[in-house]
Design a binder for this molecule. Structure first.
Ligand code: C2E
Ligand code: CA
Ligand code: CA
Length: 496
């Protein structure tokens, strides 16, 4: 009995939500009172069953309304309401990939089809086109019908830019055969506009508009084509993709090489060392700066191979120079990921042995990111490197969190003041004072100071006056090939 009463109460409440009619609502209140009084009669039970039936009917109608709201009448594909809501959702979503793709498909010369063969025939074409698209598209594509003869495809799982071309070509190819409608054969071609879109970078209306613009480009270029909407963000996306694509074989294809930027003693003006700076020249994408490809190599794990390659080749080079009598230090940039490897010290040791470079002529440049992750582990690694006699310097000093106080704990040899600091010293007295105290404090804890990015005589003079030890920058020399370094060494550097 209790179950029946609970059911009756909930049915009544549910029904009340559907009805606005006052009279009916009064009847329900009455029924509700009866139920509360445990006076459910056969009539009440009959009413409850009737209510359930009507609720089911309403739910069914609601489902139909939902379907009509979000689907195209003719093709039964998702419609423009669905497309816009889905795009809004994707645009504000932080999940999944950073970007998604919007394909805008328009049937070429569809107006003529309608004009020549009539609207019924046109509808049949639209149905056939929608069927073809359903078959040819990967299952994770969302196909929507827009206005008239226009379709949209939303695709979220983009990993490589070429996949977009594959989908677009597949769609165009699927229309290479004629449609047969009754006795008539008809050839259909389509034009596609593609917008690879970075989530949150503009409004939904613009995403659609830009895909449409790309579609017009295909029409303008002769139809039966696909074109991309181009902007800076997309250029970046394609470039990143190309870097990812080509970097894997860069060493194998001999595309990587090293330039060396000389470091000078600010007092004697002699070369005392060089920084090894990695360079990549790829046939397809040209010269790629390390600021672009190092983060990608870190992302895909290639940094270990690249890093070892630079370390080994820089050591080979310095070993040769030392044999020629130029006893200078080779500084090599070490990524945080390399430095964190458990066998990093062993790798360095092996390279030194193999290349026969005395350890005191190797310096490793690490950045603060290494220290932030695990200070204790970093201190241990630096100690082991010092035991080998390898030098360690802290690169980009002044850009992050490091205070000299905290540097005291690290068994470093040098701090390398970042270029941004050097840029300011000739312009601002404040920057000059800060730098002056950095140099003094560094000296009190026995650290040498290197200034990077010296570009003018004035900056060089100021640094010299504040007793900065070493300088590096375009004022002295840009990063240059080993051949050019050798020329400078032979012309100006005294043999030791
Ligand atoms: P970094 O270690 O701070 O290197 C100094 C950068 O400043 C170099 O850029 C150098 O060419 C540039 N530079 C030097 N003097 C001047 C100057 O007077 N004016 C100006 N405007 N620039 C100057 P580059 O070669 O493009 O390297 C950029 C960054 O890429 C490096 O910054 C370093 O973080 C990274 N990198 C380069 N080679 C390697 C490598 O072999 N391994 C790792 N992990 N990172 C590397
Ligand atoms: Ca460096
Ligand atoms: Ca730097």
């Amino acid at each position: 009995m209790i179950m029946i009463f609970i059911f009756l109460i909930s049915s009544v409440v549910f029904f009340a939500m559907y009805l606005n009619n006052k009279k009916k609502y009064k009847a329900i209140l009455l029924l509700n009172k009866n139920c509360e009084k445990n006076e459910a009669s056969n009539y009440d039970r009959f009413l409850a069953e009737e209510l359930e039936r009507q609720c089911n009917e309403l739910a069914e109608k609601d489902k139909k309304i939902q379907f009509l709201l979000y689907h195209d009448n003719l093709t039964k594909l998702y419609n423009n309401t669905y497309l816009m809501e889905k795009l809004e959702e994707l645009n504000s979503s932080k999940d999944g990939t950073e970007e998604f793709v919007l394909f805008f498909i328009n049937i070429d010369n569809f107006k003529n089809v309608n004009a020549v063969h009539g609207y019924d025939y046109g509808d049949k074409i639209l149905l056939l086109v929608s069927e073809v698209l359903k078959i040819v598209l990967p299952p994770d594509c969302v196909l929507c019908k827009w206005h008239g003869d226009e379709f949209f495809i939303i695709w979220e799982n983009l990993k490589h830019s070429e996949e977009v071309n594959v989908i677009a070509e597949g769609v165009i190819d699927s229309f290479s055969k004629p449609f047969e409608i009754g006795e008539k054969q008809i050839y259909i071609t389509i034009s596609i506009g593609i917008n690879i879109y970075i989530k949150g970078s503009c409004k939904v209306n613009d995403i659609v508009k830009n895909a449409e613009m790309a579609m017009f480009k295909s029409k303008k270029n002769g139809r039966n084509k696909y074109s991309f909407y181009e902007n800076e963000l997309q250029d970046n996306f394609f470039r990143k993709n190309n870097i990812r694509k080509y970097i894997g074989n860069s060493i194998y294809n001999n595309e990587m090489y090293i330039n060396y930027q000389p470091q000078y003693d600010l007092v004697s003006r002699n070369i005392i060392g060089y920084e090894a700076l990695l360079r990549w020249n790829n046939e397809q994408i040209g010269q790629v700066p390390p600021m672009e490809f190092i983060p990608i190599a870190e992302e895909n794990g290639l940094i270990f191979t690249l890093g070892n390659w630079v370390l080994r080749n820089a050591c080979i080079q310095n070993s040769k120079w030392i044999q020629q009598g130029f006893n200078n230090i080779m500084a090599v940039n070490i990524s945080a990921l390399q430095f964190e490897q458990d066998n990093f010290v062993q790798i360095v040791k092996d390279v030194l042995e193999e290349t026969k470079l005395p350890a005191e002529f190797l310096e490793l440049e690490i950045t603060e990111t290494v220290l932030i992750k695990s200070l204790e582990k970093s201190i241990k690694t630096i100690r082991k490197l010092k035991k080998l006699n390898v030098k360690v310097s802290l690169d980009d000093f002044g850009t992050g969190y490091s205070s000299l106080n905290y540097l005291k704990r690290l068994p470093l040899d040098k701090v390398k003041i970042d270029k941004t600091f050097i840029d300011d010293i000739a312009l601002s007295q404040n920057s000059k004072s800060i730098l002056q105290s950095i140099v003094e404090l560094a000296h009190t804890i026995n650290l040498e100071v290197i200034a990077e990015g010296i570009e003018t005589n004035e900056q060089n003079k100021i640094l010299n006056e504040m007793n900065c030890d070493i300088g590096q920058g375009y004022y002295y020399s840009k990063p240059i090939s080993s051949i050019e370094v050798e020329k400078i060494l032979k012309n100006s550097c005294k043999y030791r």
